[in-house]
Write a protein of this length. Structure first.
Length: 149
């Protein structure tokens, strides 16, 4: 399970906008050059989105019948090296549309921005296989964490 990769996970609301977790890389997350492997930040960013997913499914049942989100796009920019030291993942909402929203992530280590990325999440009905509008109550929750990049 992915959460077993975390030594400590702390959820902090920063200025009522940003969601933050702190992660200690595993030995197996490292590459031969002593850097965090380039696939690992995508997993960390996924963990950073967990709090956002709970806005839509508080128990994270992840049932096709009740879970209303699907990822449509993700991208990452590596702007610095990550090493075998604690990493802080910062997450917030950067855009809210009618049927989708964009989650923005940053990975920081020792005060340096190392990776940044986005994920476009679509409100989706798996039963009808159609996109659906984001409900107003969920939109309000997202708006509490909105910070344009």
């Amino acid at each position: 399970m992915l959460q077993s990769t975390i030594e400590t996970i702390i959820l902090i609301f920063y200025n009522n906008v940003m969601l933050t977790i702190k992660i200690t890389p595993r030995f197996g997350d490292m590459d031969i050059l002593g850097h965090v492997n380039n696939i690992v930040p995508a997993q960390w960013f996924e963990m950073g989105r967990t709090a956002v997913m709970k806005f839509f499914d508080p128990e994270l049942t992840l049932s096709r019948k009740t879970f209303p989100l699907i990822m449509a796009h993700s991208e990452y920019d590596f702007v610095g090296q990550l090493f075998f030291k604690e990493v802080e993942i910062k997450t917030w909402i950067s855009k809210i549309g009618t049927k989708s929203f964009t989650v923005y992530h940053e990975a920081w280590q020792e005060g340096r921005l190392c990776v940044k990325g986005t994920a476009v999440i679509v409100h989706y009905d798996f039963n009808t296989e159609q996109t659906t509008p984001i409900p107003d109550d969920k939109r309000k929750l997202l708006e509490q964490h909105l910070k344009e990049v």
